[in-house]
Design a protein around this ligand. Structure first.
Ligand SMILES: N[C@@H](CCC(=O)N[C@@H](CS)C(=O)NCC(=O)O)C(=O)O
Length: 221
């Protein structure tokens, strides 16, 4: 039997958090090796483990995979979270890319200088409320099904749910006008695997506050 996947990243959300969510939703146990200093990162680079010198890197099925989306796609394909045919797969990718676009702005937010944070938060809220959330709400309304694609859980539902939690941490009222998104978040959260991941003590990482950012800068700066 293949061993557990090993995740190499900082002890924080960053780009690895979606991978943690997807593995957890698939019910896959994983190990983590946290990079604590710049030397830890250099060591991985020197031993040739990082194709593009960057993390996330995931050891899985004899491979050392980098590039967040490639890793997510492999997990989705392996654990049946990638639709039943190429049309469903295309929709799942389209929705996941929408999530990734908004997520990219959210990822930068904790690391911005204080003077730039307000503007970024305004942009995150504006894009969530006026672009991304209406788009996903419309999809759910159009077919009336429980999940975004094929009435079955996919990578897109898991990544969207992670995004919904993250945006709600930034603004607790952000989902006020999106009843179907709220329902999706509840439905996904109640899946036994996800429920477990949402419990305290799981491998889910906390919100990246100023203390976390300071410590990361000290260790890697
Ligand atoms: N496109 C890559 C981007 C990876 C990336 O930017 N990784 C950052 C950490 S989040 C990194 O390794 N930074 C160190 C460096 O580039 O020196 C992905 O999605 O995995």
């Amino acid at each position: 039997m293949a061993g557990k996947p090993i995740l190499h990243y900082f002890d924080g959300r960053g780009r690895m958090e979606s991978i943690r969510w997807l593995l957890a939703a698939a019910g896959v146990e994983f190990e983590e090796k946290f990079l604590k200093t710049r030397e830890d990162l250099e060591k991985l680079r020197k031993d040739g483990s990082l194709m593009f010198q960057q993390v996330p890197m995931v050891e899985i099925d004899g491979m050392k995979l980098v590039q967040t989306r490639a890793i997510l796609n492999y997990i989705a394909a392996k654990y049946n979270l990638y639709g039943k045919d190429i049309k469903e797969k295309a929709l799942i990718d389209m929705y996941s890319e929408g999530v990734a676009d908004l997520n990219e702005i959210i990822l930068q937010y904790p690391f911005l200088p204080p003077g730039d944070k307000d503007e970024s938060l305004t942009q995150i809220k504006e894009k969530s409320r006026n672009c991304y959330f209406p788009g996903f709400e419309k999809v759910l309304k159009s077919h009336g099904e429980d999940y975004l694609v094929g009435n079955r859980l996919s990578k897109a539902d898991v990544l969207l749910t992670e995004l919904l939690y993250h945006t709600e941490e930034l603004d607790s009222s952000i989902l006020a006008n999106f009843p179907l998104l709220k329902a999706l978040r509840t439905r996904v959260s109640n899946l036994p695997t996800v429920k477990k991941f949402l419990q305290p003590g799981s491998q889910r990482k906390p919100f990246e506050d100023e203390k976390f950012v300071e410590e990361l800068k000290k260790s890697f700066g």
